[in-house]
Write a new protein. Structure first.
Length: 435
């Protein structure tokens, strides 16, 4: 049998002749053959082996460029059997490519495959249809019972009261406008006031990453050394760190909206609750003010700069200490980025005070707007939304329509398949019976 030379380690060589492998120290072949074999493993001339020696082989040992595996064989140049039945030992353990003897790796897991027949498919279609259609009707009716009123106050129309504020910029003087509207139906339960933006891509990758969550969580080191993800809104005037840093905080919505009711006795300001609009986990877990010996935020934020587009620093957002700094709920709501370019965010709550009276009776109202937020430069739009909610949340007719559509399709398919089975099923069965 031809001999094959394995990998070389220092001066130790593994030589296999037929079914016997031996190791030896020192050159077993000529210098030229040895160098050629090291550079490119290949069959070498047949070498006589004087006797059996102890074999020292590990995972790196190879025969003809391939690992020696127990029970494997390779053909030599003359077509004969090379190495067979040789066990390779790695650290005292047998090396094998056989998968573990487990139910998963040996594919012995129990399996179940349904047999689709008319007796199982037709009832499934009818059951899905009879369940989905009533659920869809209930959701659709519930959604339609939600009161919602929307006002677009962008001011792109020349007749709009806010048209004079259309070209406002971040650093310009605030512009004021008033829009009168009428509610034809009363809003019975608690009313939620939202602001909405269109064509604003908060889901842009660089925009979403432009923040420092450690800084927002009150870490003092991050307060004065913000993350580089905040660039170019990381450092402000005099090379001071910006708090809060990043593009998200820098573009915070800053319009001011107030609502008034108009009746025979004049104009009455409707109280708007600015607390309770943020998620509990955001308010008390993710966002915290810096800690220190003094609870005065002016002292704690000393040495930082305000965001570029903000008119005032973060510690002056609200006179209420429980709603100031990083825990300001308007700021927290804005920092939760939207997934779509058209979105709405909760602005204020109008709570119902008397269970016998509606929260917002039908009648005339006025919306007073302090127009600060510029959207005309990117063809965006701004709107105010008044809405009630139900057990399923806000107004969303799509979910009810989807349930009704899926249920109707399943019921229709069930009827069609039942007709086909009734008309052609008996014919196929009779064709299988010989005359």
């Amino acid at each position: 049998y031809p001999c094959f030379r394995g990998a070389a380690y220092g001066r130790a060589f593994l030589v296999c002749c037929g079914s016997v492998c031996t190791s030896a120290v020192g050159p077993l072949v000529t210098r030229e053959d040895s160098v050629a074999a090291v550079l490119s493993p290949r069959p070498v001339p047949t070498l006589p082996v004087g006797g059996s020696m102890a074999m020292n082989y590990n995972a790196k040992d190879e025969v003809d460029g391939h690992p020696v595996v127990a029970g494997s064989s390779s053909s030599g140049a003359g077509g004969g059997s090379g190495v067979s039945g040789v066990s390779s030992v790695v650290g005292g353990a047998n090396k094998t490519r056989k998968p573990d003897n487990t139910a998963f790796k040996q594919q012995r897991l129990p399996a179940w495959q349904p047999i689709l027949t008319a007796g199982t498919v037709l009832p499934a279609f009818f059951v899905i249809g009879l369940i989905f259609i009533p659920i869809g009707i209930g959701i659709f009716v519930t959604s339609n019972n939600i009161r919602e009123y929307e006002i677009d106050y962008t001011g792109t129309e020349p007749s709009s009261p806010c048209n004079k504020c259309l070209n406002v910029s971040w650093n310009s003087t605030p512009c004021h406008c008033v829009i009168n509207f009428t509610l034809d139906q009363p809003f019975e339960s608690n009313v939620f006031m939202y602001y909405g933006l269109s064509n604003f891509y908060q889901n842009h990758r660089r925009y979403v990453k432009s923040r420092d969550d450690s800084q927002l969580n009150g870490n003092n080191n991050s307060l004065f050394n913000p993350s580089k993800e905040c660039e170019p809104y990381r450092l402000g005037e005099d090379n001071k760190p910006i708090a809060p840093c990043g593009a998200i905080a820098n573009s915070m919505f800053n319009d001011t909206l107030t609502l008034s009711r108009i009746d025979e006795n004049g104009t009455h300001l409707i109280p708007l609750n600015k607390k309770g609009i943020a998620w509990w986990t955001d308010k008390y877990v993710k966002f915290r003010n810096p800690s220190g010996d003094d609870n005065n935020l002016t002292v704690l934020f000393r040495g930082t700069a305000k965001p570029v587009n903000w008119p005032k620093p973060v510690y002056m957002l609200d006179p209420d200490p429980d709603n100031n700094g990083f825990i300001n709920e308007d700021f927290i709501v804005w920092m939760r980025t939207a997934a779509l370019p058209t979105f709405r965010k909760l602005y204020r709550l109008i709570e119902r005070k008397d269970s016998l009276l509606p929260t917002l009776p039908a009648g005339k109202y006025s919306l007073h707007i302090t127009y600060n937020y510029p959207v005309h430069s990117f063809d965006g739009r701004k709107r105010m939304i008044l809405s009630t909610i139900s057990w399923m949340g806000g107004k969303n007719p799509f979910l009810g329509i989807a349930y009704i559509t899926v249920g109707s399709i399943c019921f229709f398919l069930g009827v069609v398949l039942l007709f086909i089975h009734h008309k052609y099923g008996n014919r196929n069965n009779s064709a299988d019976i010989p005359n």
